[in-house]
Design a protein around this ligand. Sequence first.
Ligand SMILES: Cc1cc2nc3c(=O)[nH]c(=O)nc-3n(C[C@H](O)[C@H](O)[C@H](O)COP(=O)(O)OP(=O)(O)OC[C@H]3O[C@@H](n4cnc5c(N)ncnc54)[C@H](O)[C@@H]3O)c2cc1C
Ligand code: SF4
Length: 483
Amino acid sequence: MADPKGFLKFPLRVLPSRRPVAERVGDWNEVYQDFAEDSLREQAGRCMDCGIPFCHTGCPLGNLIPEWNDLVRTGRWRDAFDRLHATNNFPDFTGRLCPAPCEPACVLGINQPPVTIKQIEYEIVERGFAEGWAQPIPPSVRTGKTVAVVGSGPAGLAAAQQLTRAGHVVTVFERDDRIGGLLRYGIPEFKMEKRIVDRRLEQMAGEGTEFRTGVNVGVDVTADQLRGDFDAVVLAGGATAWRDLPIPGRELDGIHQAMEYLPWANRVQAGDLSEPPITAHGKKVIIIGGGDTGADCLGTVHRQGGTCVHQFEIMPRPPETRDPSTPWPMYPLVMRTSAAHEEGGDRVFSVNTEEFLGRDGRVTGLRAHEVRRRNGAFEKVDGTEFELEADLVLLAMGFVGAERSALLSDLGVEFTARGTVARDEDFATGVPGVYVAGDMGRGQSLIVWAIAEGRAAAAGVDRYLMGETALPFPVTPTAAPIH
Ligand SMILES: Cc1cc2nc3c(=O)[nH]c(=O)nc-3n(C[C@H](O)[C@H](O)[C@H](O)COP(=O)(O)OP(=O)(O)OC[C@H]3O[C@@H](n4cnc5c(N)ncnc54)[C@H](O)[C@@H]3O)c2cc1C
Ligand code: SF4
């Protein structure tokens, strides 16, 4: 039973500090400082365990937030660790990277700052790893059934862990040279150090999940071989087809997609090379796209030593506080300042790029103008054209769906109008025994959704193989069902 007056005793929402900017842009380590246990337990005590915990519905995993808040408040860390893992395979990823849609849904947030749910989650899982509680949990019974998981991002890893623990023989295929998907190549080290992924993989390998890297399924292993060798398949290849900006000058050197740029920085940190082939060092940089991927580019530019950087966003500057159009408990569109924004750079809102400028085949800048929204469309504001110098332009405008790969066409899966792989309410594609989870089925989304979908697809696969399942089914798909 939570302390019903905890939020009155501790009215302030307190979070750990970020390391000083001057220090952190000089390295690639995570930016947050340690948080004292006493303060954390006070913060957990602000949760009143309200009658209807709206935070449960805010969290795509249905995390049992008030339960582990109270376990932390009362110092029962091992129980909190187990309760947290009852619904989330990887709170170590979400505790660092989740935008925490649970927090705007917190009942305390109606008239006070909400509980620091994500920080409590982070501290529970870190405590567990430090204490040695994150041991492999191998299955007690083996079913003899085999499952191939294609793609090793959070969706594939969650599906693999659930299915391995259910007793199936699971092989994860990854075309890259390391396991992790965007957790490995995409998300910068300063947001999540890659040792965090490695220690989870060690746990999974200990449970019996097999990992095969450098295998492009559909090319190195054909769709027919995959279906012949495995009883079921989970497609978790992500939504890697990026959105481009086909305007005059796009062909100039020095204009790159964010995902052509960020993975090189990951590889430098992994020790694969000392200098990335694309670097912001000594350059004037413009990032087109004001979202999280753009912010990851921004933090990377700061650390590589860009001389100046602008981040363009076509949408208007969001309000500082919750807008009436997104009342509690909805996730509000508000102005968010990430660690990378705090480190510098200019954010420019309501701006559209009309042309890249160049000399001798290289980009030297761009021409842009302000826009206003009318009837849902963007309209140029006359007389607002301007030019800005740049010798590196990064496009961070999101993704349009799954790659139309040999694997997907040879399997014969169907696609939705949104470019994602179609699936039914069990996460099954129309091809018997072939399931889909994560961004490949949902479209560009979040890690928490990828984990939730991986868990749900695993339940669908388990039922397909065994006729019934005891695995939890936390979510239903949002992409258009195929029947
Ligand atoms: C730069 C960036 C930063 C982000 N930051 C955040 C964040 O801070 N918080 C957050 O919640 N979300 C973030 N996201 C979104 C989040 O990373 C994704 O929603 C999530 O990783 C999707 O997981 P997934 O498992 O579906 O796919 P992915 O992580 O994309 O993994 C798919 C994997 O499948 C592999 N693959 C594809 N086809 C094949 C094949 N034929 N054979 C073998 N392997 C194959 C790919 O190589 C890849 O490794 C970010 C996204 C980007 C691009
Ligand atoms: S996974 Fe994300 S939404 Fe769920 S409890 Fe953790 S921070 Fe909140």
